[in-house]
Every structure is written in C-alpha cells, then in structure tokens.
Design a protein around this ligand. Structure first.
Ligand SMILES: [Zn+2]
Length: 779
C-alpha cells in the first residue's frame, strides 16, 4: 500500500519520492525541531524582525547582551539615539539629523551587507557579512576572489531573518555574537580603523542607533574570534585597484563581459534601494525583493513560514470568491475538518504515514506535560476526511457527496523555502468528491481542471497548458491526474499550477476506507458498489507564479482582475504658485473620481497623503503593481481630462473626465487581455518541438521546455531525467532538479506534427512514440 503515500505526497509536491530512503519513520518533534532552528540567544519577542522595534524595552534583549559584550571590552557607545524608523541610508541619515542634539553633529553611517556564496543544494549556507563604512565600495566580485568563494550574491531577507532574526534595516555588527560568529564569514573594512567621526550603528532595530568608533567596531568583532574562526580584515581600496590592474583575475574576454554584466545588475547596497536586483540577473533575490517591496509579505521567525499581508491575501480572497461561486454552481459545499490528526488515524494506512513522516509536524506537549499520544498537524486531509465519508455515505441517495475545504496544511520540508512556491505551511483548497459512477467522476475532473485553467488565465493572466500527467508523475494511488502547467520564462522552468485527480475506487475499497453503497443491480441486495472519488487542489502558489510571470524591474505588475486597488488617483502639478482654491479643486476632483469609479465597480483609491511628492507616490504604487494611475493637475482640470498611465506598459493616455465611467473599465479590460496575450506568446515561443535527443539539453539550457514525441514508458522518463540532469549546467539551489521530467501530456496535440503510429520514434529510447509530451526543468 505504498501507493497511498505516493498519492498524497505526489499530489501537492513535485518533489521526488524519498519514501524508500525514509523507511524508518523519524518523527519530527515540532517543539524540539523549531528550537534548534532558532537562535537560542534571543528571547521570543526579539524573534520577529518586524516586531522587534516595538519591543525595545524587552528584558535582557539582544541589544543588552551586545552592550554587555561591549562593556566587557571597556567600550561605551558615545551616544544611543532613538529616532523614526528608517528604511534607507538617506532616511536614516535624516532621522539622525533630526535627533540632534542627541546624535553627534558629525558622523558616518556604517553599512552591513550580507552575501551568500554558491552553496551545494542541501548544505547550510555560510553567509559573508561585510561591515564597512558607507562610502567604501564593496564589490562582491573581487571580494569573492579574495575569500575564494564562488558567486557571492546579495542574500535574501529570508537568510537575514534566519541567521540574525533581523531585517536589513536593523542589521548591525552587534547582531554578530558568540552564537552567530562561527556560522558566518565576517569581513571588516580595514579603513574603519582610520575613520575620524563616530559611526552610526543600527541598534538591532531600524529606529535606534548607537555611535561607536571604527576601532571599537573592529575590537568588538575581534573579540569574537576563536582559534578556528577569525575576522577577515579587507582593504577594499587595494582590492579594487588590484582588480582594475588585472592582477586579481583575468577572465576570458567573453567571460569578463558576462561577469561585468552580472555585477552591473547587482547594484551596490542593492537591498536598500528600489527592487535592488534585476529580474533577469538574480531571479531569486529579485522575487523576494518584489514581494517585500510590494508589501505582499513579511518574514517570520519560523523558517519556511511567511506572513501574507493584505496586499497578497486580497488576491487569494478574489480567487476564493470566484472559485467558490463556480463550485457552488456545481453543487460543491464548503466544510471544515480539524487540523489535528490523531496518530492512530494517520497511521491507519501504514505506508501513507511512512511516506509522510519526514514532513509531518507533531504536537507532543501541552504546556509542561507530554501528551499521551502525539497529535499530527495535517499534511493533507485524506485520513481526516475519508472515515467520515464511509460513515455518511450509506445509500446511493447520499451520492454524489461533494465537499471542499479552504484551509492550510503543514509539510515540514527541508529544502530551501521560497515564498508562495515552497513553504512549510500554505493555504489551499482541497476538494474531495464521491460519485456512484466513473462517468460522473470523469466529468467533474475536467470541469474542475477548467476552473483552475480559468483562475490562471482569466484572473491571473497567466497562461497554462492543460494535460494529463504521466504514470510516473500522476497521483499514484489514483487512476489519473490532470494538471495545468505553467512556465516561468526567466528561469525557463515549468511549474505545476494545480491538479485535479480521479482517484478511481482505490480509496473506497474495503482495505482502505471502505466507502460503499448497495449495488442497485444485485437482486440479492447484498452486493456493494464502491464509490468513485476525485480530489483536487489549488494553493497560494498561484500568487507566486503570477508575481514571477508579470513582475518587472520596477516591482509587481498586477492583472486588473486580482488587484485590490485597480486605479490609483494621484494629484499632480501642485507648485508654490498653485492657489489654495486650485488645490481644493484638485483634491475634490480626485475624491469625486473615486466615487464615480467605485459606482461602476472599479476598485479605485486616491492618494492624498500630505508630505509626499507625486514622484514618490508614482514609484510607491508602481512597486505595488497597481494597473492604472490617473494623474490630475491644474492643467488637466482646465482641459477637463485626466492622464491615465498603464503599469504594464507605461503608456500614457489622456482620458476626458466626462467618459471615465466607460473609458477606465475598458482600459482595465484591455490591460488584462494584453498581459495575458503577451505572457502566452512568451510561453509558446519557449515550447520547442524536439525530435532528436542531441537537441534536448541545449534547448533546456536555452530556457525552454521541450515537447517530445514520447513513448510513455516509465523507465524512459527516468532515463531522460538522469541524462538531462547530468548534462546540465550547475543550477541554483533555489531551483532544484536540474534533470527534465515530464510536465504533462497536453490534451491539445494539434500544435505539433501528427505522430504517425509505428513510424514516429521517441528520441530518448527509439521506441514508438505515442503522444507529444512536455518535458522541462521545473519547480
Ligand atoms: Zn522513450
């Protein structure tokens, strides 16, 4: 019955099976595991970077410990200053100036940059923490060479959170302590020793600063040295001139060009400005930066878990509303089953629990007392739900039973997490239905799949290819799995969008959940008919895919249908010469426009914040991806118009005020359609028909997916994965599985040359090809 485990796991994760290696069930005792993931030096209140400033009075904080450590070295900060929270060097400087006379008149900012070297897939990264004067140029390329570390990249906020429990605006050399020092590479700017003015050092929050001399900072860090681990003092000026002279490195001209291009994209101190990294250069860092800058997400002190802020949760709500309305029409009802599953029930099917055990989180303790029996947190709900299906379905009149639940599940994965794409807890819906006949089940599988396609295509403007999974990739305990497959052009990887499975009768049979009704065709009345079941799921991964597909170097780009603010109205052109009356007119017009647009169902808002320039507001809403900006200034008023600016293309169009009620909804529809059309064109331009094996890997390396005339033999699929993996370029750890696997056998085969039975051969093994099948590297 290994099958059941495979179903449950396969269904929601594209991860390769590890069940066989994991035969011995290692129970993860959640509290223990979580503790070991956290910095034991920190009190609970200081965990959460976003909360820490509010808890600055906490007893024996991390800052207190740092101050004590400084005192032990006879170092006293020349000043400690509280100020407005500052998220950029410029804002910080300004906040300190305003804190005068508490802050020194002359000072320099200290910057702390964290880089992550290229790390093997399953290894824990050792971040490189650079402590330098704000003016020192700390290019990562030459630094990496000096340290003999490959491909230093600016670390994600995730990593900062994991190592220091801090965000970038709170990060400080004081976060380096006896606990963290051995786990990182500490680099200190040699010129610090010569700094005349005191250095402003973040006091582990964005709203407090301590002032220390450069030599004190070096002394503090040196004080952490052990016999094994030392501070690296680096003369960045010398390093730079070495590189310029060509002494440090002499890459081949082509290589150098590529490198320079990469370094150009990694803007110095990049986490501090705009999106910071270019999408096409460091995709993973770009992605997390967009999520944070767009205010969609915050980091959390439990690795692999994230806070979904209203800006992203509202997208999920729109998907929920739409999907609920559609499944209600199909007679599906929402219900809720508990998140806890008793050990007995979870282990009822041995192989099911065996396969899941590495990822199951257990509650073993309540308060101070151990539970008699550990309770699992659901990794999926089969075992929780199907015993009740057996109880509730007594006669054919109880069929069909169609339930759905909106919930979260927990999979304690150990792979590098990626917000929305791979997280330890995620939100989804799981539908579980039971029918009398296979025909009814078959019909529903495709109806649901089409709803999933529409969520992606009609709401998120993300193209997908519907198809059926191979035998290897299907929900193994089920009869067959259908899927909508998406594509991330920047990485050239496929991504499973959502799946709808026909489970057949595998879960209803007597040795499993024993869900049956009387057989109407059996005259004795003793016969049993086991029900036909489906299950289907769509998760918040949808949001991640949407961000990856549409976002650009200015930030998020939202398709209008899922934008919680579709139109932002910004007053402009107000100068010193503008009269008070004109100002009031402009404000009134902005408010009137909001009312007018809301009346026709547009989610509109006016940005009337004082003290912000129009430029600041433009940038703010662009970063957040609002589809349309309407500008209103004195000249627009005079001409009775507003200037409409599209987020997706930047195109500006004057719109007469008299026609906004029709012109703006039409513009939003145009944007929605064009975003989808562009994404679809890109996707299809990267689906390459390949009939010779030699072209498979180069095509994949060219950031495409291949469509092969395939034999549909499982061992051939293993072989394709193996051969394409070995031949591939080394991959980024955040995008694992370099080998290509089958993504889907598309329902619509008409895009490619007809397969001639007995004549068209599988390019991987030479056997007869059956159907065109998408293969690609994937998430
Ligand atoms: Zn083959």
């Amino acid at each position: 019955m290994r099958i059941l485990f495979r179903c449950a796991r396969r269904r929601y994760s594209s991860a390769p099976l590890s069940a066989l290696q994991q035969r011995v069930a290692h129970r993860i005792t959640t509290p223990h595991r979580i503790e070991s993931l956290l910095n034991p030096d920190l009190t609970p209140h200081s965990w959460n970077p976003s909360l820490s400033p509010r808890y600055s009075t906490r007893p024996m904080s991390a800052l207190d410990s740092a101050t004590q450590a400084l005192a032990a070295l006879s170092i006293t900060p020349s000043a400690t200053v509280s100020h407005a929270s500052a998220a950029s060097p410029a804002a910080w400087k300004e906040a300190l100036r305003q804190a005068a006379p508490n802050a020194p008149r002359e000072f320099e900012l200290l910057k702390v940059l964290v880089f992550k070297p290229k790390t093997a897939k399953n290894a824990t990264p050792v971040p490189v923490v650079v402590v330098a004067r704000d003016g020192t140029e700390t290019s990562s390329g030459p630094l990496g060479k000096t340290l003999n570390l490959k491909e230093l990249r600016l670390a994600s906020e995730d990593l900062l959170s994991e190592f220091f429990s801090l965000d970038k605006d709170s990060l400080s050399p004081l976060a380096i302590n006896a606990h963290t020092f051995p786990r990182i590479v500490t680099v200190v700017d040699a010129s610090l020793a010569g700094a005349k003015d005191p250095l402003a050092v973040r006091a582990l929050t964005s709203s407090q600063t301590v002032f220390l001399s450069g030599s004190d900072i070096i002394a503090y860090l040196r004080g952490l040295e052990t016999a094994e681990v030392k501070v690296h003092e680096v003369d960045f000026v010398a390093l730079r001139s070495e590189t310029v002279d060509g002494v440090a490195a002499q890459p081949k001209p082509a290589e150098r060009k590529e490198k320079e291009k990469k370094e150009d994209a990694k803007i110095e101190g990049a986490v501090q400005i705009a999106i910071g990294v270019k999408k096409e250069v460091d995709f993973a860092a770009w992605y997390t930066n967009v999520l944070v800058k767009a205010d969609m997400l915050d980091y959390y002190n439990v690795s692999g878990c994230y806070v979904l802020k209203p800006w992203s949760y509202s997208i999920w709500e729109i998907i929920q509303e739409w999907f609920n309305s559609k499944i209600r029409e199909m007679g599906v009802e929402n219900a809720y089953f508990p998140m806890f599953v008793s050990q007995k029930v979870l282990e009822r099917e041995k192989n099911h629990i065996e396969g899941f055990s590495p990822e199951v989180a257990w509650v073993t303790r309540a308060g101070q007392s151990d539970l008699e029996e550990p309770i699992a947190i659901r990794p999926t709900s089969e075992t929780a739900m199907y015993p009740y299906y057996a109880k509730w379905i007594k006669s054919h009149r109880d069929l069909p039973l169609k339930l759905n639940q909106w919930n979260s599940v927990v999979r304690w994965e150990f792979k590098t997490p990626q917000p929305f794409i791979r997280t330890r807890e995620f939100l989804w819906q799981e539908g579980h239905t039971a029918f009398l006949t296979k025909a009814e089940a078959d019909k529903e599988v495709l109806e649901i799949l089409d709803l999933y396609r529409r969520v992606f295509e009609e709401l998120l403007a993300v193209p997908v290819i519907p198809g059926i999974k191979s035998e290897k990739e299907k929900f193994a305990g089920g009869l067959y799995t259908t899927t909508v497959e998406g594509f991330i052009p920047t990485t050239g990887r496929g991504i499973q969008g959502a799946t709808s499975h026909c489970l057949g009768q595998n879960f209803s049979k007597p040795e499993m959940f024993n869900i049956f009704v009387e057989d109407l065709n059996d005259p004795s009345g003793q016969g049993k008919t086991y029900v036909w079941q489906n299950s289907w799921g769509l998760s918040t991964r949808t949001i991640g895919v949407m961000v990856m597909v549409h976002g650009d170097n200015q930030g998020l780009v939202l398709p209008p249908r899922v934008a919680s603010v579709q139109v932002i109205i910004v007053p402009c052109g107000i100068t010193a010469k503008t009269t008070e009356e004109q100002r009031q007119d402009i404000t009134a017009k902005c408010e009137e426009l909001v009312t007018t647009l809301r009346k026709v169902g547009i989610r509109a808002r006016a940005d009337l914040r004082d003290g912000y320039t129009p430029g600041y507001k433009f940038n703010d809403w662009e970063q957040k991806g609002v589809p349309v900006r309407l500008e209103i200034g004195p000249q627009d008023l005079a001409k009775k118009q507003t200037l409409g600016v599209r987020r997706d293309t930047g195109v500006k169009t004057p719109i007469p005020l008299a026609s906004v009620e029709t012109a703006v909804p039409a513009l939003l529809e145009t944007i929605q359609k064009e975003m989808f059309a562009r994404a679809k064109e890109v996707y299809w331009s990267r689906v390459k028909q390949v009939t010779e094996w030699e072209k498979v890997v180069p095509t994949l390396d060219d950031k495409c997916v291949v469509v092969l005339p395939w034999c549909e033999v499982e061992s051939c699929e293993d072989d394709i994965k193996d051969r394409s993996g070995r031949a591939a370029e080394p991959q980024d750890e955040r995008a694992p599985s370099a080998g290509a696997k089958s993504l889907a056998i598309p329902f619509d085969q008409s895009h490619w040359d007809p397969i001639i039975p007995g004549k068209t051969k599988c390019p991987a093994c030479g056997n007869d090809a059956k159907r065109w099948t998408l293969f690609g590297r994937s998430y």
